[in-house]
Structures are given as C-alpha cells and as structure tokens.
Ligand binder design. Sequence first.
Ligand code: 2U9
Length: 360
Amino acid sequence: MDGLDALKGKYLDGIAGAGDEAALEELRVAALGKKGEISLKMRELGQMDPSARQAAGAALNRLKDEIDAALRARKAGLADAALDARLKAEWLDVTLPGRPRRQGTIHPVSQVTEEVTAIFADMGFAVAEGPQIEDDWHNFDALNIPPEHPARQEHDTFFMARAEGDTRPPHVLRTHTSPVQIRAMASQGAPIRVIAPGRVYRMDMDQTHTPMFHQVEGLAIDRDISMANLKWVLEEFCRSFFEVDSVELRFRASHFPFTEPSAEVDIRCSWEGGQLKIGEGDKWMEILGSGMVHPKVLAAAGVDPTEWQGFAFGMGIDRLAMLKYGIPDLRAFFESDLRWLRHYGFAALDMPTVAGGLSR
Ligand code: 2U9
C-alpha cells in the first residue's frame, strides 16, 4: 500500500514532538479516529484483491499498533515529566531547622519574685498569698494602725466604692502585703515562717512611684526569734540575691506601727560612673524596712505575744529588679515595652525560662 512510510514518519514525529495530552489526542483522532487517516486506509482494503489486501492489511495493522504504542509511551513520558516538574517545584527540605518565633519574655518583676522566693525557700520560708482587695481591719487595724493614725494618710489608700446602705466594713486595695501575714498567722498560728510577695496599691504617681507596685514581706515567728536572726537572714538574702561574696548591712533605728523595735536597713555599695556595685565602697543605700513584730500585731492575729516573738521585713520588688539589672526607668516595667526589656537583657530568646532554673 502506498504512502504508509510517509504516514508513519508523520505520526511518529508528531507524537514525539507533542507537548501535552491535548496535542496527543489530536494526533490520535487524526490517525486512528473514525475518520482518521489509518481508518480510511483500512476502508480502502475492501477494494483490493485478496493477495494485496493481506499484505496491506498486515502492514496497516502494524502501523496502527506502532502509532498506538507511541501514543501510550509519549503519554506516560509527559506524565513523568509533569511529576518531575511538580516534585522540583514543591521540593521541601524537612531537615531545615524551624524558624525562631518571636515570643514574650519573662518580666523583670516576675523573675525577681522567683529569685527572692527561691532564696527564702532555701531558708525555710513558705509563700503566703491573700486578696488584693482587703477589709480595713486586715490592712490597718490588725497592723496597729488605728483609724486616726497618721500612717493611714501616709499610705495614700485607694478605697473601694460603696453602695448606699452597704453595711460591710470598708474595703481598700491593700497598701502592703502585711495583711497576708495577718491571715497566715490567724489560720496557721505559730511557729510560722512565710514570705508574702505581691501587688500593692498606693495613690502615688511620679518619676519614681506608680500606683501599683510589688512588695515582698517576710515573717518569722517562734519562741526565741531575735534581731540577730533577722540580721543573718537579711545578710544571707542580700549576698545571694546580689550574687556577691559578702555584703555589709547597716541597721538604722526607725519607726513602723507594726514593729518594735524597727530598723531601716542600708547596704554598703559604690556608685561610680553610673555603675552601682553592691558589697563594696563607701556609700550606703536603703534597701528595706524591718523590725520585731509588735506584740499588739501578734495578738490581733491570734498569736500569744507572751509565748511567741519574731521579726518581719518588707521591701519593694520593682526597686530590687531595677538595682540588680541596672534598669533606671520605670517605663521598662509599666509600658510593657519589649524594646526596653530587651535593652536591659530581658530578650525573649536569650532568656532561660523560670522552669529551666534561675541561671542568668
Ligand atoms: C506583719 C507584721 C509586720 C513588714 C515590714 C517594713 C518594715 C517596710 C517597706 C519597704 C519598702 C514598704 O515597699 S516598701 O515601701 N516596708 O519598711 N515592712 S516591717 O512588717 C510586718 C508585716 C506583717 C504581720
């Protein structure tokens, strides 16, 4: 039969060069479809004499099979190439390290609270907690600050609003964490050794004061606790907290309604070139207040002052954090501005978490 070689060449070349499945389908229809060139040739067989028909029929069938096989092979080749291209485009290196995510950072006040708590825990002090909205008896009266006492004014108290006809005792935002220790003594009795860290509130706002700040107070009551124990505990605390080999404390006589005798405590330091050094130098810096718990305060909390005695102290956590980490400005705390915190070394990713230990 004439022209089969030309047909073969045309379709096999066409198939080899087809760029997609649609082009292949077009070629299939043109060659093998009902009106395709091969099908037309098949029809021509009917007019041939039997001997020529046999040879031509066999040749046509071979060509048909060849084109069919070439179509299948090219289709498979195109599918492979498409898969390769997809694999290349969608390639993913699962061994790459993860992208670090920005995260929050522990707040200096939280960190210092943890540090202080850990140090006192080593000396046998448990943590006590109590309400931030207190009745005026726990915040003032029980602490030997009666209604007309000038200390009530000094505390710049926030009073809770009262509805008309409310007969409950007046409530305040606690001005110190001392009521927590009144509650602890009243419920646990003596002997007792607790610290009370937490938020306190005073109506005060300037460069160095904020209406909410943090205190930690400590209380140790037993049969023969003395000022000597107080001195050792505070020295031990300061040495550990400021991470120095030795500290020197100076006790200055003072007055608080809830302690007698009372002392303000200064720590030896130097202040050169804007750099504070604790434990050496010829300067003194006040860091806390303390004293022996007033017998009236023990009695108010249900502890017999003829049997029990002990010391108490109080200090500002925000101030401790500023001293230890060289933070000169309250904005670092109260605007919760991460730029400030990072500036003072509280960057998210280079900070160990509290759970990982206090290893700064
Ligand atoms: C009870 C009895 C006594 C706690 C004490 C101070 C002295 C003191 C200040 C330090 C800086 C408050 O944050 S501050 O402004 N505190 O000077 N605090 S003795 O005395 C107590 C507490 C509880 C039952």
